[in-house]
Ligand binder design. Sequence first.
Ligand code: PHE
Length: 339
Amino acid sequence: MKEQLEQIKAQSMQELESATDLQGLDEIRIKYLGKKGALTSVLRGMGALPPEERPQAGALANQARAAIEAAIEQKDAQLSGQARKAQLAGETLDVTMPGRRHKAGKLHPLTQVLDDVKDIFIGMGFSIAQGPDVELDYYNFEALNIPKNHPARDTQDTFYIDENVVLRTQTSPVQVRVMEKQKPPIRIIAPGMVYRSDAVDATHSPVFHQIEGLVVDKGITMGDLKGTLEVFAHALYGADVKVRFRPHHFPFTEPSAEMDVSCFVCGGEGCRVCKGEGWIEILGAGMVHPKVLAGCGIDPEVYSGFAFGLGLERVTMRRYDIDDLRLFFENDVRFLKQF
Ligand code: PHE
């Protein structure tokens, strides 16, 4: 029996020595100290010993158990410590590691120029007005002195929803909507999308943006139109830019004009951007036609006004020397990140 105990002790110590993890340690504990373990079965055999040998054998067995338990406990502490260290090492955070940089988004070039244009006019006391994209034929044409069968309708390539409803071809209908609701003095700009049934190419798109302007009050003259638009051109393109007005025709203004600015690339010499002309057309304008005022319930004998409309894509293309309109709508980041 003594030999058996010695052997169990020696064998368990050896196995403990080579245990490498807590699970292996637990297996050893069960193998030797468990209910069906080696030591337990030796203790069970004690009953077969003669009574005078039992105390000594019992003491030996207890010694062996205590020795194995102590060894297991020691190994347990050692392995737990190692496991904890490994866990901590695995969870280490390097707080000095540089962070990941996120690319900052930017406003679309059309939005940037629109914001500039809005700022300039708000600075001159204008407010912002809006109207619907899906518009009645009445506002887009009739109320602007463009009756059915008027030749001006042909040049606008209108998308018709039905006989009386169109996608607006210009922002000018907002003039009428504002004048119907608001009595003078009126000073508004109305930016928005407009639609024309054009095939897509470098200078045409079925959807583009206009910014409409309208001023109505007592005693408004062509001088106010010229002065306001000159201030605008200088604010947008710089104080050196020269401005000129050419006679033109729009059914809803009389007289009508187009405004050119001296080419801000060549300064008027003639270059690729101004196509050798030295001037670039940026907007249409005129004094609001008396018929249009009267149609909105504003007495043309008392009030007068001027209006203008400019193409946002055109103004932006000229500002940044962009030669293809399609770039605005493709949203290729290689293009967009340049602005
Ligand atoms: N609506 C005109 C166009 O689209 C521009 C314009 C607006 C002209 C206001 C005069 C006054 O061409």
